[in-house]
Design a protein around this ligand. Structure first.
Ligand code: HPA
Length: 284
């Protein structure tokens, strides 16, 4: 997409006409997790339909809004609802909002999702902080022409999820009595949940959780030089030898119940960033 920067500038013009702030933190709400942004005080809200070059969200439980506002005295931009590969969009379309967030000033991206847990110790409602991922989507948002101004042709992926921020998330969770363990996420296209043989295969590959998102956004965010934290709520436990059926509604319901814990972790991360930012200002 050779004219990506021009398109981003057009979207940016629409956002900055109504919101003049420069957010350092961006957030993506996963399935059933729209409540995690309750503490965000909205200052400007855009529906994906009204933003140039955004595509509308069609997924169950995804509102399709870009919310710009303040959280712990920090400007924050959040996607309430996300775009998925299974909706029929290209990975470039799905990750376009990440390019927009980057040009607004975002340095830290918090990506949340729902996932199936394949580790026998997992329980529904438990949250995982992503340590790494495996791309099984059969495509890559960075394929095609590369704009060297936006990021390198061959980006390093040795540590896609920021270690310091992930460890901070674990410490915040510990202080609040929330169990938070590291895990490896395998990203698939969907939209069906996996067969028993697929869950077994993904577990053998070394993955702990499986989901239909996160990987494309993380790839683009890392390409753009952002620090990424990934939080995933296990909505269904997928043990191939004793597999219960799963539905989209079940995934949304379990994620919805766990949302307050995800919100507490994010709240702690933003509070720490706000303290760091304001003490830096004070030092200058
Ligand atoms: N597989 C893929 N995506 C998911 C699952 C699953 O089991 N649960 C929630 N999202």
């Amino acid at each position: 997409m050779r004219d990506l920067q021009r398109q981003v500038n057009e979207t940016l013009a629409m956002i900055t006409a109504r919101w003049k702030r420069s957010p350092r933190i961006g957030l993506i709400c996963g399935s059933g997790l729209s409540r995690i942004i309750e503490p965000l005080r909205p200052e400007a809200v855009f529906s994906f339909d009204e933003l140039p070059h955004f595509v509308p969200s069609t997924a169950l439980g995804h509102a399709g809004k870009l919310i710009c506002g303040e959280w712990h005295e920090m400007p924050v931009v959040a996607m309430q609802g996300r775009l998925h590969f299974y909706e029929g969009y290209t990975l470039a379309e799905i990750t376009y909002p990440i390019r927009v967030m980057k040009s607004l000033g975002v340095e830290i991206l918090i990506v949340t999702s729902a996932s199936g847990g394949m580790n026998p110790q997992h329980r529904p409602g438990q949250i995982i902080v992503l340590d790494d991922h495996i791309n099984m989507m059969g495509d890559n948002p960075l394929a095609g022409w590369n704009d060297d101004e936006l990021g390198p042709r061959y980006p390093d992926m040795s540590q896609p999820y920021d270690v310091e921020l992930s460890n901070r998330a674990i410490e915040i969770a510990r202080q609040r009595g929330i169990v938070l363990q590291k895990g490896i996420y395998v990203g698939v296209k969907g939209p069906n949940y996996e067969t028993r043989a697929e869950y077994r295969f993904f577990r053998m590959m070394g993955a702990d959780v499986v989901g239909m998102s996160t990987v494309p956004e993380t790839l683009v965010a890392v390409h753009a030089g952002m620090r990424v934290v990934g939080l995933s709520t296990i909505t269904n436990v997928c043990l191939p030898d004793a597999l219960s059926p799963t539905s989209g509604q079940q995934v949304i319901d379990v994620a919805h119940k766990a949302a307050s814990q995800v919100r507490q972790i994010i709240d702690g991360l933003i509070q720490t960033e706000s303290r760091n930012y304001h003490s830096e200002l004070f030092r200058d």
